[in-house]
Design a protein. Structure first.
Length: 120
């Protein structure tokens, strides 16, 4: 389990992600038909397929503050390294945050890691 309560699916469980509107199992073939109808209904271009939806899903999770581990489990990547190699550019504020924390620790700026009054 990770920080948002996601659990790793048992091996092979990824083939069926739930039930469709009619109660049938959802797999790649049935999802593709459903997605095509939904995509057309909202006016997305045909080139915006399941792969684009997957990247959108990952990006929404990242920008909402999900950890690398959460995104890894949600996407079914075997390691967090795969997730980072693909989506590291979506966490640009992480470097800025680490710089601010160090600046705060050195007394250059007030941050959540330092009190408003310097300890020096």
């Amino acid at each position: 389990m990770d920080d948002l309560g996601c659990r790793r699916l048992p091996r092979g469980a990824g083939r069926h992600r739930g039930k469709g509107v009619g109660g049938e199992p959802v797999n790649a073939a049935t999802f593709s038909r459903t997605w095509a109808s939904a995509r057309e209904a909202v006016g997305l271009p045909a080139r915006w397929g399941i792969h684009g939806l997957r990247h959108y899903y990952a990006t929404v999770l990242i920008h909402a503050g999900a950890s690398v581990k959460t995104v890894q489990l949600a996407l079914g990547h075997s390691t967090p390294t795969i997730t980072l190699n693909t989506y590291v550019h979506e966490w640009p504020d992480v470097l800025d945050r680490t710089r601010l924390l160090i600046d705060g620790a050195l007394g250059q700026h007030e941050t959540a890691a330092t009190p408003a009054v310097s300890r020096a």
